[in-house]
Write a protein that binds this ligand. Structure first.
Ligand SMILES: *[C@@H]1O[C@H](CO)[C@@H](O)[C@H](O)[C@H]1NC(C)=O
Ligand SMILES: *[C@@H]1O[C@H](CO)[C@@H](O)[C@H](O)[C@H]1NC(C)=O
Ligand SMILES: *[C@@H]1O[C@H](CO)[C@@H](O)[C@H](O)[C@H]1NC(C)=O
Ligand SMILES: *[C@@H]1O[C@H](CO)[C@@H](O)[C@H](O)[C@H]1NC(C)=O
Ligand SMILES: *[C@@H]1O[C@H](CO)[C@@H](O)[C@H](O)[C@H]1NC(C)=O
Ligand SMILES: *[C@@H]1O[C@H](CO)[C@@H](O)[C@H](O)[C@H]1NC(C)=O
Ligand SMILES: *[C@@H]1O[C@H](CO)[C@@H](O)[C@H](O)[C@H]1NC(C)=O
Length: 645
């Protein structure tokens, strides 16, 4: 396990030392400013809710993350397609870390050219950090004036409510580097990666019309009162959703019955693991998780002590009592929920948690302090791609509107998910909690009415999970009391991947022009699948609560994937990896179609659920016995679409 913060502190002090040396030596070794031919590399308008203020204070420092062109990414993409397409001779022959690295590694010529450029501005190249694939260069903290010269730009302070960041909307590069560098951050990314749970503080502050915290985080009595008739230590195998589910307080016994995992006995738990990510200062409180498991999945209670914690980039998966202000913000609720439902369904599969640095609001308003770079997603990806052992599935319940990040950033992050997919990891996201959009955000960057796409759910290399409520029939989840509506839509950045072309075209034609012009009908459409996300039971601060959100749906689905992987591994087969091509070419038959409800939002009825794939519930909810059996076959007849026309 590596903690970047310590490293960065060390780099900062070395940098001070270097600055002294450099200033005394500057006359004898002048910087070779030979790059006068700069031109604009990227322009990305800040989202409207960020207000641009004064120039960045001169004492501000930034560590630049420079993403080099991944010269063979096309080759990786092609390999990934082969690996994930049923029937292909390479189906599920996942790549090793070394093989992926070899494909994304930039050439030495590229690295040398970038180093030479940095050296020309007296950046201490011996202090540069490289990712294992050498596709990322991370500079030590540099004075803002130097960064501004490197990128021919001016940084400003941007404010949104009480959050303060230092960013720019344009940056340039010497002409000869345009093809060699894909991305430099922090520059134009305004992403906040908020928790998707309806309880999140950010949601509270977004609109005064939202319910109060207490309203959304409804307390209910502990487990014994919910399903007192069931002996949870020894549930009958013939249970049905009707006997196992209280749809106003959803617990693991309901989820396991509804998705058919209840009488599956895991066989490869020691060779398999499932993971979740914590951003925004979230944590997974072992004592709350233990209480939840004790109440709702007693035989798995020990897992609360056993899950693995990785702290990255200065994060701490806090296990000490929450402070008064953390309690007030509801800190830990997202983290607890994710870990609880994942273990509640996926146990005895081992859980791994990654906590990534980045303070929750309110940020230190003093922007002159060298702050974290606030690009936790990049930090996590650089960390996990450096590991040789990976979990077979990772769930992420954090997102932001797509237009808060520039296309270069979205593409880079998405390509990194492709690398994980090629290595056999299924990457799972929630689909968002605002239907087609929060009315205040329903505009294009230019100000025209438009649905709001979300990132990372719009990445075609992830599997996006919408939320459902009720049983028999399951419907697209909403909660009129707190404004929650399961999200879905179409990316403005990512073109529609071939694997979903047929399903999505069929859906769009059945919309008969509904909402034309409000969404990108050529974009990657999501969600892909769905799972329960309404009145999910969780334990936080010692008490049982019910919450809503696709932030529950994602880890629930990920846990089912973990159990399918368990069955595959036990049969000596590789895990699922990147799921979508399999799903859209036949795997969908293992899903219960959800045909009722819609993703209303932006003052519209949103996208309706229909038979077959739709932009509200994807293919629907998983049925494990079929999921497992289809997953262990290597090929399908190409039967899609069997239910249309
Ligand atoms: C590229 O540079 C690395 C590290 O300096 C070196 O190990 C490798 O041999 C070089 N590759 C080529 C093809 O020159
Ligand atoms: C901003 O900070 C002030 C003072 O610390 C606080 O009273 C206020 O509630 C904060 N507003 C938001 C939206 O967090
Ligand atoms: C279902 O859960 C609610 C709490 O939300 C509880 O009041 C009710 O008694 C439960 N119903 C049953 C049948 O257990
Ligand atoms: C669970 O096991 C019982 C008895 O072995 C079997 O009849 C039933 O179909 C199984 N249920 C599922 C969902 O696989
Ligand atoms: C957290 O738990 C403590 C102790 O039970 C209680 O006094 C406090 O009100 C709780 N806080 C919240 C926000 O639920
Ligand atoms: C949504 O409808 C309400 C009430 O008709 C209106 O006040 C509001 O401006 C509308 N918002 C958008 C984004 O169209
Ligand atoms: C987390 O767990 C500790 C005990 O390990 C407990 O004292 C504390 O209150 C918990 N924090 C939260 C936010 O629930």
């Amino acid at each position: 396990m590596r903690t970047y913060s310590v490293h960065h502190m060390m780099l900062t002090s070395l940098l001070i030392l270097w600055a002294i040396v450099a200033s005394t030596a500057s006359t004898s070794h002048p910087g070779t400013r030979k790059y006068s031919f700069y031109s604009l590399k990227e322009h990305h308008v800040s989202p409207k809710d960020w207000i641009r203020g004064e120039r960045a204070p001169r004492q501000h420092q930034l560590s630049l993350h420079i993403g080099l062109a991944q010269e063979n990414f096309k080759e990786l993409e092609k390999k990934l397609e082969e690996i994930s397409t049923p029937g292909h001779p390479r189906f599920r022959l996942h790549l090793t870390a070394q093989a992926v690295r070899a494909l994304v590694q930039p050439s030495n010529k590229t690295i040398d050219a970038v180093k030479e450029w940095l050296e020309g501005y007296e950046v201490p190249v011996e202090l540069l950090e490289f990712s294992p694939s050498r596709d990322w260069i991370i500079t030590p903290k540099l004075p803002i004036s130097l960064v501004e010269k490197l990128l021919h730009t001016s940084y400003h302070v941007y404010r949104k409510q009480n959050v303060t960041i230092v960013r720019t909307e344009d940056w340039s590069l010497p002409l000869h580097l345009h093809g060699l560098i894909d991305i430099v951050q922090p520059t134009t990314s305004f992403s906040q990666m908020r928790p998707l749970s309806i309880l999140s503080q950010s949601r509270q502050v977004q609109s005064s019309t939202q319910p109060s915290l207490n309203d959304a985080a409804e307390d209910i009595a502990d487990g014994v009162d919910i399903l007192h008739k069931i002996d949870l230590s020894n549930p009958p195998v013939d249970m049905t959703p009707k006997t196992a589910c209280n749809t106003s307080a959803v617990t693991p016994i309901c989820l396991r019955t509804l998705y058919g995992t209840l009488n599956y006995t895991a066989q490869a738990a020691e060779k398999n693991s499932m993971a979740l990510t914590n951003y925004w200062g979230e944590f997974n409180n072992r004592s709350d998780i233990k209480r939840y498991l004790h109440l709702y999945r007693p035989e798995a209670a020990e897992a609360a002590n056993d899950f693995t914690i990785y702290d990255i980039g200065g994060a701490v998966n806090q296990q000490t009592p929450a402070t008064a202000s953390q309690l007030e913000r509801g800190q830990g609720r997202e983290g607890n929920l994710d870990a609880q439902v994942m273990l509640g369904v996926g146990s005895p599969t081992r859980l791994v948690t990654y906590s990534v640095g980045g303070e929750p609001p309110p940020y230190q308003p003093d922007v002159s302090l060298p702050d974290n770079t606030n690009e936790p997603f990049l930090t996590w990806l650089q960390y996990i791609l450096a590991q040789t052992e990976l979990p077979t599935v990772v769930s992420t319940s954090y997102a932001d509107t797509e237009y808060t990040v520039p296309p270069s950033y979205a593409k880079w992050v998405c390509n990194s998910f492709a690398q994980l997919g090629a290595r056999g990891v299924t990457v799972v996201f929630g689909s968002g909690d605002w239907g087609v959009g929060d009315p205040k955000q329903c505009h294009s960057p230019a100000g025209n009415p438009r649905f709001v796409a979300r990132f990372p759910e719009s990445c075609p290399y992830g599997t996006s999970v919408g939320a459902t409520r009720n049983i028999n029939p399951e419907i697209v989840a909403y909660n009129d009391r707190n404004g929650f509506v399961s999200g879905g839509g179409f990316s403005e950045y990512f073109a529609r991947p071939a694997y979903q072309d047929h399903a999505v075209n069929s859906y769009i034609s059945r919309l008969e022009g509904l909402h034309d012009g409000l969404y990108n009908s050529h974009g990657r459409a999501y969600p892909d699948v769905a799972a329960m996300g309404y009145r999910i039971v969780t334990v936080w601060n010692g008490t049982t609560k019910v919450v809503d959100g696709t932030s529950a749906s994602a880890p629930i689905f990920a846990a089912v994937v973990a159990l399918v992987n368990d069955a595959l591994i036990a049969e000596g087969k590789p895990p699922l990896g990147f799921l979508n091509p399999w799903l859209y070419s036949g795997g969908f038959r293992a899903f219960t179609d959800v045909t009722l409800g819609s993703t209303r939002g932006c003052n519209t009825s949103g996208f309706p659920a229909m038979s077959g794939w739709d932009a509200a519930s994807g293919f629907g909810t998983p049925w494990f016995p079929m999921f497992r059996s289809l997953a262990s076959q290597n090929r399908f007849r190409q039967t899609y679409p069997w239910y249309i026309d």
